[in-house]
Ligand binder design. Sequence first.
Ligand code: ATP
Length: 311
Amino acid sequence: MTSVLESATPVTVRAPAKVNLELFVGPRREDGYHGLSTVYQAVGIHDEVTAAPAGEWGCSVSGRDADSVPTDESNLALVAARTLAERTGGQEPVHLSVHKDIPVAGGMAGGSADAAAALLACDAVWGTGLGKDDLAEVAAQIGSDVPFALRGGTAVGSGRGELVAPVLAKGVYHWVFVPSAGEGLSTPAVYRAFDSRNEGVDVPDPQPSAALMSALRSGEASELAPVLDNDLQPDAIALQPAIGEVIEAAMGFGALAAFVSGSGPTVAVLAATAEGAIDLAISLTASGVAADVMRATGPVHGAHVLPAARL
Ligand code: ATP
């Protein structure tokens, strides 16, 4: 017999990818994480997670790079659902259907977006009614980028990235993202390379830069371009030299800026206008520099419930 919950309506949530406009990495902390100062921007590439009450816990994955995403208990969407269930005193099982558009292991926080989407979807299915602050606290337990995926927009991240505060940002920015043609880069591997490169160096505590804040207040892509910064870029390029070639080519095609997104290997390319982004996307693919590109604008909203499909 179908239980009341199993007949409840499934809930679908969309959550965005992110790019780090600035990523400053501090010394390694005692808990093994690095202190960070980052400025996130949510961009219009989304994953969707549907939570449906089910007889048992489970997860399935479709869409881009689906083959490289686990469907067992290590899937971050399932980790998020389990964590929320535990936090709220036990809940009926759900099946999570994850549809991916965000490149996997690309430095765009796709797994974190799925975790944020699962939290919101399960919150709705179970009627747990946690407020934003409580959800953000559960999100931080799951991963450093998960609270930002819930919030979206443009925000400063501190701690290990999980302490998120909005920043005053104007304008719409036009991005082209070049995902890696090959394997993704493992975030821990990039941080290990950062540590070896900085061995014996007194790495300062990271702080957000006033120049970036002021560029964001101007709303001008041309002001933002020269102040974009990523401490992990040299390490991502050292591990995957093709990234450097993509950056050089994008600049040659007239990009305002081209840099590594997060821990890479995705390259984020900033265009002056929407037309400029189309031209860059065409140049990068037609020249053979990139097998595949994705265009998106930012900032966009964080994780949000989609209206139920009408029958
Ligand atoms: P970040 O930018 O936060 O460092 P990323 O974008 O580089 O993350 P993800 O796409 O989040 O990387 O994936 C990292 C790893 O997490 C993948 O190799 C994958 O095996 C695992 N993973 C677990 N759950 C998911 C999920 N739902 N979606 C994507 N990857 C997942």
